[in-house]
Design a protein around this ligand. Structure first.
Ligand code: CO8
Length: 256
């Protein structure tokens, strides 16, 4: 059996590529288990400061594995806690960047939405076609897509099955940067290296604080941000970053 997920370490970043090309990277249970395991391994490794998650040039992922879903009953899915497994991705500490080229549909779109930011090729197509199958988005699509792009666009995408182009997704706030077709992975790696060059403690705290904005009320988010700011001052990285600026040199962050 070939690996369903390929991992390349290019410290300080790592690149994780979905690898089920014949099925357009459909997210089978086995693939998701392997993906979560690999991501958690990288998350524990201090040498990895940003992770890029991608598919191929043709497809990021065409959704959950429809064959598996067709064979599953409601109670099997409920007891297996399949969707709960996806929470591990949202809970990673290390910044996670989705590099999306081609189709990014259904569970694939929800997987990209679970990442911290999306860098998309101009070929990317985002959609939630679940209602065509008689089901609904179930790994966060109705919630995360709505928060990312607003009700009007989310309703359009989810109810009509319309696909968003990369430019539309960018204008709507789903995508952080749109890059040329041939450079989709290189550009994503470049952004990841930029992120990895920052203070790792600060990056993790900032990521958590931004997620609070997205997931809670303004006041709770502001309270969280303040505590995270004070905590960042306890890090050696903060001392190093602030001192390096005053000494007009590049900081040497240790992640401590
Ligand atoms: N699952 C399984 N197999 C797939 C999937 C998929 N999602 N998508 C494509 N494939 C397979 C096809 O069956 C085909 O296999 P084969 O060669 O053996 O016939 C192969 O990949 C190539 O696909 P196509 O021939 O269809 O390629 P095209 O270029 O003509 O079309 C599309 C590409 C438009 C992407 C088309 O394949 C498509 O519409 N795919 C399905 C997209 C979709 O509906 N996605 C939503 C799935 S449901 C979902 O994601 C719910 C998530 C819920 C949370 C998770 C719970 C566990």
């Amino acid at each position: 059996m070939p690996d369903l997920v390929l991992v390349e370490r290019e410290e300080p970043i790592a690149v994780v590529l979905l690898n089920r090309p014949q099925q357009l990277n459909a997210l089978s249970d086995a693939l998701m288990d392997e993906l979560v395991t690999r991501l958690q391994e990288l998350d524990r490794d201090d040498a990895v400061r940003c992770i890029v998650l991608g598919g191929s040039e043709r497809v990021f992922a065409a959704g959950a594995d429809i064959g598996e879903l067709a064979r599953s009953s409601a109670i099997e899915l409920y007891y297996a806690r399949r969707v709960e497994r996806w929470d591990a991705i949202r809970n990673l500490w290390t910044p996670l960047l989705a590099a999306v080229s081609g189709y990014c549909l259904g569970g694939g779109c929800e997987l990209a939405l679970s990442c911290d930011l999306i860098v998309a090729s101009e070929t990317a197509r985002f959609g939630q076609p679940e209602t065509s199958l008689g089901i609904i988005p179930g790994a966060g699509g109705t919630q995360r897509l709505t928060r990312a792009v607003g009700k009007a666009t989310a309703m359009d995408v989810i109810l009509s099955g319309r696909l968003l182009s990369a430019d539309e997704a960018h204008a709507a706030g789903l995508v952080a940067r749109v890059v040329a077709r041939e450079a989709w992975l290189d550009e994503a790696k470049r952004v990841a290296r930029e992120i990895a060059s920052k203070g790792p403690v600060a990056t993790r705290l900032a990521k958590e604080a931004v997620n609070r904005a997205y997931e809670s009320t303004l006041q709770l988010g502001l309270d969280y941000e303040r505590r995270a700011l004070y905590l960042s001052f306890a890090s050696e990285d903060a001392k190093e970053g602030l001192t390096a600026f005053t000494e007009k040199r590049k900081p040497d962050f240790k992640g401590r």
